[in-house]
Design a protein around this ligand. Structure first.
Ligand code: ZN
Length: 618
């Protein structure tokens, strides 16, 4: 027996499922799915079969002829969940499992109407990365094994279901509707994804459509309107797009992540809708995953950098192609800043700052940080610098083609690269990058004219003319570079109206700087952001700044005390969530837990170890 993924009970000597047929009834009242999952094996098999589950109530297991099979649901283990052990008679081609999910299912987020933009209908979405698919479906929850699936979701008739799959029709039946889907491309289980809510769509081009709540659809359609240009640039760089469609779902504001690269249907936070397409970098990132991550997938979480380091590299190549070298350098500089911070935050666990990690006994959510993203990027950048951009790009295309629809380890990458460029890995001392902690000295220092202009300010007030020429990313970089405490906060705001910014990245960078500088005039705006936005990337710095500032916290708590909270469900719900988050904790992660029932810190940019809140919250 061999368990080749430390985060799955999958045993590679047992039957292997290649397809799933799911039928599920979505019940918003009990916050559960009543479901039936049919797994078909590569070939008929017998003996023991171990599946991954978490918080599932298993009602029955039978073979495809309806014959009951013996099973045992073992006690739950904190990280892995509960092993479902099924005994298969020889020659079993597949199994059917009837079960119910728990209201606490770690992959499912059930939103009250007040947590949506429309405010009248509930909303449900899934987030399965890293190991939460097992809380929705009993299966072999390891990216090592890919599956195809069909799904049939029974939902309230007033709502619409969308899925990271092809839509195969909707059928009304009384007050419910059945929505059917099929995923023709094989995926690792963490890319299984769906959402149910009041949703409408708008076509962007022949291959892309945007889905959103009705109140958001116009703005979303404008913001993501450049997606075809992005796709063409990406195909030029990395080869043909293999997933047929690239649709986008604009999530409700409480979506805790920047984006999730669910194939055929990327989930995106509405905080990237700035009105001027200035924050669509996240879209480029999720699109890039169509090649790096979704097409060529890490075999398990110990090789997560193969997903994220490659995707950050691919994302920046798209930015370089569409926006040029100055924008590229600014993004690199932001990445370097994020890497430095992450490595500092993991000072007590340097083993988690390696590219190839060892995660037996470690929750992948706890190991999560910007390290695999940015250190992975700077490692690939070093390889590119060493062999030349064109040869590197040619190699990247051949690597993607070689492992297409496959799941690989760091060793597979090393062997493939070595085959193309013998001796280069040794020359750049790749071992210190891959298996050593921290940031090697050979990491590139981003350089550009516009970057130097920001850095040479040293945090001083920028001249009007310079500041007016800044992109959102340059503003962000400038605001992050201002030394704390900043004595000229009032002047900055007076001149540039930062508190009124509708660009979420600029706004949060400004509010963080202002709070850290005890510039309390921004507190009402901070309160407004905290009560409407769920994206952990933004909540974390704001709560961290508040936690260090009693006066600001007191003034917020006063504002939302019950006697001052206005009537109305939405406001009341926000107040409840806000005051509960302020109750007695200096740890922003605990606030986040109450607010978004945060589970997987899969935010492509979530704070390090935010996943821990999930464990505490459960
Ligand atoms: Zn990513």
């Amino acid at each position: 027996m061999a368990r080749r993924d430390p985060h799955s009970y999958n045993d590679d000597t047992q039957a292997e499922a290649v397809s799933l047929a799911l039928s599920a009834r979505v019940d918003f009242t009990s916050r559960t799915l009543a479901a039936e999952a049919t797994l078909t094996f590569v070939k008929p098999a017998g003996g023991l079969l171990d599946l991954d589950t978490r918080d599932l109530a298993i009602e029955a297991v039978e073979d495809l002829a309806g014959q009951r099979l013996a099973f045992k649901l073992h006690p739950a283990e904190p990280i892995l969940g509960a092993r479902l052990a099924i005994t298969l008679p020889d020659g079993t081609p597949g199994i059917r499992i009837r079960y119910r999910t728990s209201p606490q299912a770690s992959a499912l987020q059930w939103l009250e109407p007040a947590q949506t933009s429309g405010g009248t209908q509930p909303f449900l979405f899934s987030q399965c990365q890293a190991i939460h698919a097992r809380s929705v479906i009993p299966l072999q929850d390891t990216p090592r094994l890919r599956i195809r699936y069909t799904a049939e979701l029974t939902i309230p008739g007033a709502l619409t279901a969308v899925m990271a799959a092809a839509h195969r029709g909707r059928e009304a039946q009384g007050d419910v509707a059945i929505e059917r889907f099929e995923m023709p491309q094989s995926i690792p289980p963490y890319l299984f994804a769906f959402a149910v809510g009041e949703l409408v769509s708008r076509d962007l081009d022949a291959r892309s459509r945007v889905w959103a709540e009705p109140a958001v659809i116009d703005r979303a359609a404008y913001e993501f309107g450049g997606v075809d240009k992005m796709m063409l640039a990406a195909e030029e760089l990395f080869g043909p797009y293999d997933w047929e469609r690239f649709d986008v779902l604009a999530m409700p504001p409480s979506f805790p992540y920047g984006g999730m690269e669910n194939p055929r249907l990327t989930f995106l936070t509405p905080t990237v809708i700035a009105g001027d397409r200035s924050l669509v970098r996240v879209l480029a990132h999720e699109l890039a995953h169509s090649w790096t991550g979704n097409l060529v997938t890490n075999a398990n979480a110990e090789h997560f950098w193969l997903n994220e380091g490659f995707t950050v590299y691919a994302e920046r190549r798209i930015i370089l192609a569409l926006e040029g070298p100055e924008a590229f350098a600014i993004h690199e500089a932001l990445g370097r800043r994020a890497l430095d911070e992450s490595v500092a935050r993991f000072a007590d666990r340097p083993e988690l700052t390696r590219l190839r990690t060892q995660l037996a006994g470690v929750d992948p959510d706890d190991a999560y940080s910007q390290v695999p993203y940015q250190k992975g990027y700077f490692f690939l950048r070093l390889l590119e610098d060493t062999v030349g951009r064109e040869p590197f790009t040619t190699w990247l295309r051949s690597y993607l083609a070689a492992f297409r629809f496959g799941s690989i380890t760091t060793t597979d990458f090393e062997a493939h690269f070595e085959g193309a460029f013998p001796g280069v890995l040794a020359k750049v001392d790749a071992a210190t990058w891959i298996d050593g902690p921290g940031i090697p000295l050979t990491a590139a220092q981003p350089r550009s004219r516009r970057l130097t202009a920001i850095e040479s300010l040293g945090g001083a007030l920028p001249p009007d003319e310079l500041a007016r020429s800044w992109s959102a990313t340059e503003w962000q970089l400038y605001l992050e570079s201002v030394p704390r405490p900043c004595a000229h906060c009032a002047k900055l705001d007076e001149r540039f109206h930062l508190t009124q910014s509708t660009n979420s990245e600029i706004l949060v960078a400004w509010l963080t700087l202002a709070l850290q500088s005890k510039h309390h005039a921004v507190v009402p705006r901070v309160e407004q952001v905290l009560s409407t936005v769920g994206r952990m990337k933004f909540l974390r710095p704001l709560y961290a700044a508040l936690a260090a500032d009693d006066r600001a916290v007191r003034s917020i708590a006063r504002d939302v005390s019950p006697d001052r909270a206005p009537a109305g469900r939405q406001r009341a719900a926000r107040s409840r969530s806000l005051s509960s988050r302020h109750r007695g904790s200096a740890n922003p992660r605990r606030y986040t837990a109450r607010r978004v029932v945060a589970r997987r810190a899969a935010d492509r940019e979530a704070p390090a170890r935010a996943g821990r809140v999930r464990v505490r919250a459960r």
